[in-house]
Design a protein around this ligand. Structure first.
Ligand code: G3P
Ligand code: CA
Length: 266
């Protein structure tokens, strides 16, 4: 199921899950996205010190767990023992309970955890967050193990898989390992040089910052055979409008249910 706004060509992707209402990149935020009707879910992966792939955005543990230090310098046993929900000061859950009390069980999942739990249920937009060459190799192995490589790709159908990264070298490695899977390059600006590089690598998409994207850039990308979806909306409704009007096919958002209402009102 791809949750669509009024424009059937614009798909809302739950960024780090429904991360406005639940702690990002946890089962809680991914489950909530699904409950709200959003089967397109974005998440981030990095490597631990002992070579395990974990689902976390920052290179440091400090912001989203009850520990400090670099993910890359911490072993999986320690990371699995951490709480990933106590930091979260989310909105009222409707029963008068806020953040910390609402998510006492949240933990940092491994990539294997989420591939097992959501197999056949979501279109995963998987971002290779860190730069280690082993990250794309290990992600590939896990995706193969859990049967994610034979699903829909290049669009937003669920179940499905799209690989993304800001790091061009990571995309080069990943596309060599998974040539049949759609890959999109996260960029700040969709300029001619990025368009050419993306086309030459054989990427299927280019993903500019929503606050900078223009209609002409999107048209040029489409002419080059590249799909465009945006990121970086944060809580900005003007940026959401801008992304929607640019002709992009979708965007990541922290609050997909609110975004759906905003777009339906345009
Ligand atoms: O949709 C891509 C977006 O997630 C990239 O930015 O920093 O949230 O990973 P970031
Ligand atoms: Ca991300």
């Amino acid at each position: 199921m791809a949750s669509k706004a009024k424009n059937n060509d614009f798909t809302l992707i739950a960024h780090r899950g429904a991360s406005y209402d639940a702690p990002e990149n946890t089962f809680e935020s991914f489950d909530l996205a699904l409950e709200l009707g959003f089967a397109n879910i974005e998440t981030d992966i990095q490597l631990t010190s002992d070579g395990r792939v974990v689902v976390i955005h920052d290179s440091e543990l400090d912001r989203t767990t009850d520990a400090t230090g670099l993910v890359a310098e911490t072993a999986i046993a320690k990371i699995k023992s951490l709480n990933a929900g106590l930091w979260f000061e989310g909105p009222d859950d409707g029963a008068g309970v806020k953040g910390p009390m609402a998510y006492p069980e949240a933990f940092v999942p491994t990539l294997d955890d989420i591939l097992e739990r959501y197999a056949g249920k979501i279109h995963l937009h998987l971002e290779l967050k860190s730069k280690e060459p082993e990250l794309s190799e290990l992600a590939h192995k896990s995706l193969e193990k859990w049967g994610w490589l034979d699903q829909s790709t290049g669009g937003y159908e669920s179940p499905g898989l799209t690989m993304t990264s800001f790091h061009f070298e990571q995309l080069e490695r990943s596309i060599a390992l998974m040539p049949n899977i759609a890959h999109g390059w996260l960029v700040q600006n969709l300029d001619k040089a990025t368009l050419t590089a993306a086309f030459e690598l054989g990427l299927s998409g280019i993903y500019p910052n929503a606050s900078k994207v223009t209609k002409k850039q999107v048209t040029d990308a489409h002419k080059a055979g590249l799909s465009v979806r945006t990121w970086g909306i944060a809580d900005s409704k003007p940026n959401l409008h801008r992304a929607y009007r640019s002709g992009a096919t979708g965007t990541t958002v922290d609050w997909p249910a609110i975004a759906r209402e905003v777009i339906e009102a345009i």
